[in-house]
Design a protein around this ligand. Structure first.
Ligand SMILES: Cc1cc2nc3c(=O)[nH]c(=O)nc-3n(C[C@H](O)[C@H](O)[C@H](O)COP(=O)(O)O)c2cc1C
Length: 177
């Protein structure tokens, strides 16, 4: 069994991206899912001064340990003003000062969804560019537009073409884990 770490890059308790990350992870065969919640990793806003004075928070090390012990990582990005949520960016910054291989060179499936038709593509593009730059392993991406229209709690993705596209990306991810 492969161990997949999944999370929505959002701190909303009702996060559609947390739901979507979990759903996509359930489509990965022969795997167990560890679904993280960013609310369990609340840390001071990253600052070099805080790092110098107090060191790197234990929660950042614990988050990183979870990544290191996984076989693959699934993240679904919420888009705030065209970019990462502050909750995700803060964790990203804290784990980035632990070591330069931020995502432990794990295979990664980057997703994004939003209520609107653009499916949070701006944050997804920027995440894919940044994360694939520093990761020697496979980094894939998929955006689901109009979450409320295209996703159902019981059936998952309703649109056949979008589901086919997601399965294709998941097959590539599975081949890399
Ligand atoms: C401060 C703020 C900024 C947002 N900016 C964007 C945006 O730039 N693009 C977008 O598609 N949606 C934007 N949204 C809407 C989010 O896509 C929507 O709240 C979504 O549910 C967030 O994902 P989550 O439920 O996983 O937290 C914004 C929402 C908030 C609260």
């Amino acid at each position: 069994m492969k161990k997949i770490v999944a999370f929505g890059a959002s701190n909303s308790k009702k996060s559609i991206n947390k739901k979507f990350a979990n759903y996509a992870a359930t489509l990965i065969p022969n795997s167990t899912i560890e679904l993280l919640d960013l609310n369990d990793y609340v840390m001071p806003i990253y600052s070099e001064d805080i790092q110098e004075e107090y060191g790197i928070p234990e929660l950042a090390h614990s988050f990183k340990k979870t990544l290191r012990e996984s076989d693959g990582i699934v993240i679904s990005f919420a888009e705030y003003n065209g970019s990462y949520t502050a909750a995700f960016k803060n964790i990203f910054d804290w784990i980035s000062v632990i070591e330069s291989d931020v995502w432990c060179s794990k295979p990664m499936l980057l997703l994004a969804t939003s209520p609107g038709p653009r499916g949070a593509v701006d944050v997804l593009e920027s995440a894919h560019k940044r994360i694939s730059h520093g990761n020697k392993n496979t980094v894939l991406s998929f955006s689901l537009p109009s979450f409320g229209k295209n996703y159902d709690e019981n059936y998952g993705i309703l649109d056949k073409n979008l589901l086919k596209e997601l399965h294709k990306v998941i097959n590539e991810f599975v081949a890399s884990i």
